[in-house]
Every structure is written in structure tokens, then in C-alpha cells.
Design a protein around this ligand. Structure first.
Ligand code: HEC
Length: 217
């Protein structure tokens, strides 16, 4: 009889422990996976990012297939310009090593291919305000520049852009990742969902991006 009571109370503890586990694991998991989901979108990977290969090559390497059209666009992903091995910018040395059919050199937009190849100058167009060739800035400092929700002190090389990371990401997709210069939403690219934008922001302000400084070669 005594044995039975012990068994029952053991079972009670097991159930309690199990319940705690079920409640806690998704809570911990989701905080982690938001950053990872954002990383996948940023890198243009349909599956996870291969961390080791990414670290070794300095360029994002996917574990599975690469999304042929990140955000329904021209094939470029954020991570083709903001590469991990260059603190999430891109150096002229790295550009010189890219194959000519790399999405970085997508030819259907209003880029100056010579400026792009030799100086890494990208055409930045914000209708009605900006029409210039600018270098891709590093992103490792975003963690100190922005709060967790993605509201930043300033963004863009001249500090003349929207200061919210989600709004900035939408502009980046429209600007650099559209299929044609018409940049029609839903046709040339697709606007990220609120969730996707949250994930991108979570990634950009996370240690996954901030800590790349030391890994730079
Ligand atoms: C074709 C290359 C290219 C692609 C693709 C690209 N970017 Fe950029 N990114 C740039 C350039 C160039 C700038 C500088 C813009 C400026 O100064 O106005 C920039 C600036 C930024 C900044 C501002 C950083 C700072 O310190 O001010 C953020 C954040 C950013 N990009 C995020 C993204 C995200 C997110 C994506 C994908 C959705 C993306 N970028 C895709 C080239 C690119």
C-alpha cells in the first residue's frame, strides 16, 4: 500500500515536470527561432543556414536549397550584399571574386554594372528623395543603434532614410530585389508579412549579426 502511494506521488511529479517542459520549451524555442527564421529569410535559404560553411566561406551557405526568388523578387537576397564575412557589408575584394552570374550582379535593375563591380556602388532609389550610388554599409552595429523593436537612431549612409528596421527592409526589397525597374508590389516583389518583418528585425539586432566582428577575416 505504501509503495503505491509513493508511485502515485512520483507520477504526480512526473506529470508536473512534463507540463512545465511543454509550457517552457516553446517559450525558449520561439525567442531563438525568431532570430533564426529571420536569418533564413535574410540569407535567402528555404531551409536553415549552414553556420559552419557560412563561417568558412564568409558568404551565406544554405543547408538545403536556396530560395530562387527571395520575397518574390529578382533572385537577390539581403545576404548577397550584406555578407557575414565582411561584417554584413561587402568588400571590393569579395566582389572581385564573385562569378558574373551571381545575383549580386542582377542586370534587370538600374544598376551601373561597372560601378557595382569595381567599387561595390549600388543604386539607391527612394522616389522623390534619393537617387544615388551608395556602398553597402555593415550591419554589425545595428544592435547598438536600434532597440529590440527595430527603432534606430538613424539609418543609411547619410542618415537620411526611415529609422525603423522593418520599414527599411521593405524599402530594401523594393529597391534592390525587384524584378524590374517598375518595382510593382505583388508583381516585381512581394512585401514581407508582419511576422516576416519581425523576424528580419529580430535577426538584425541579434548577437548572430553583432558578433560577426570577431569572425571577420
Ligand atoms: C544590392 C545590394 C543590397 C541588397 C540586396 C540589400 N541591401 Fe541593405 N543596403 C544596401 C545599400 C547600398 C545600403 C545603403 C543605403 C543608404 O545609404 O541609403 C544598405 C543599407 C541597409 C541598412 C542600413 C544600415 C545602416 O547602418 O544604416 C539596413 C538595415 C539594410 N540595408 C538591410 C537590408 C535588408 C534587410 C535587406 C533585404 C531585405 C537588404 N538590406 C538588401 C545594399 C543592399
Amino acid at each position: 500500500m505504501k509503495l503505491q502511494i509513493v508511485q502515485v506521488s512520483n507520477m504526480k511529479y512526473s506529470i508536473m515536470a512534463l507540463t512545465l517542459l511543454i509550457v517552457m520549451v516553446p517559450a525558449v524555442g520561439s525567442a531563438e527561432s525568431q532570430e533564426r527564421k529571420g536569418q533564413r529569410l535574410f540569407a535567402g535559404c528555404l531551409d536553415k543556414v549552414d553556420d559552419r560553411a557560412t563561417l568558412e566561406t564568409g558568404l551565406f551557405v544554405c543547408k538545403g536549397k536556396r530560395d530562387p526568388e527571395p520575397f518574390g523578387g529578382n533572385g537577390r537576397a539581403c545576404g548577397d550584399c550584406h555578407v557575414p564575412g565582411d561584417n554584413f557589408g561587402i568588400s571590393e575584394k569579395r566582389i572581385a571574386k564573385l562569378k558574373s552570374d551571381h545575383p549580386f550582379f542582377f542586370r534587370g535593375l538600374d544598376e551601373d554594372q561597372k560601378l557595382l563591380r569595381t567599387h561595390g556602388l549600388v543604386h539607391v532609389i527612394i522616389p522623390g528623395s534619393i537617387d544615388e550610388f551608395r556602398q553597402t554599409p555593415k550591419l554589425v552595429h545595428l544592435q547598438t543603434l536600434c532597440d529590440k523593436k527595430g527603432n534606430c537612431d538613424s539609418l543609411g549612409l547619410r542618415g537620411d532614410r526611415v529609422t525603423n528596421l522593418c520599414a527599411f527592409s521593405i524599402e530594401a526589397i523594393k529597391n534592390h530585389m525587384a524584378k524590374t525597374v517598375k518595382r510593382v508590389p505583388g508583381k516585381d516583389f512581394r512585401v514581407p508579412t508582419a511576422k516576416e518583418c519581425k523576424w528580419l528585425v529580430a535577426y538584425m539586432v541579434s548577437d548572430l549579426v553583432a558578433d560577426q566582428d570577431e569572425r571577420n577575416r
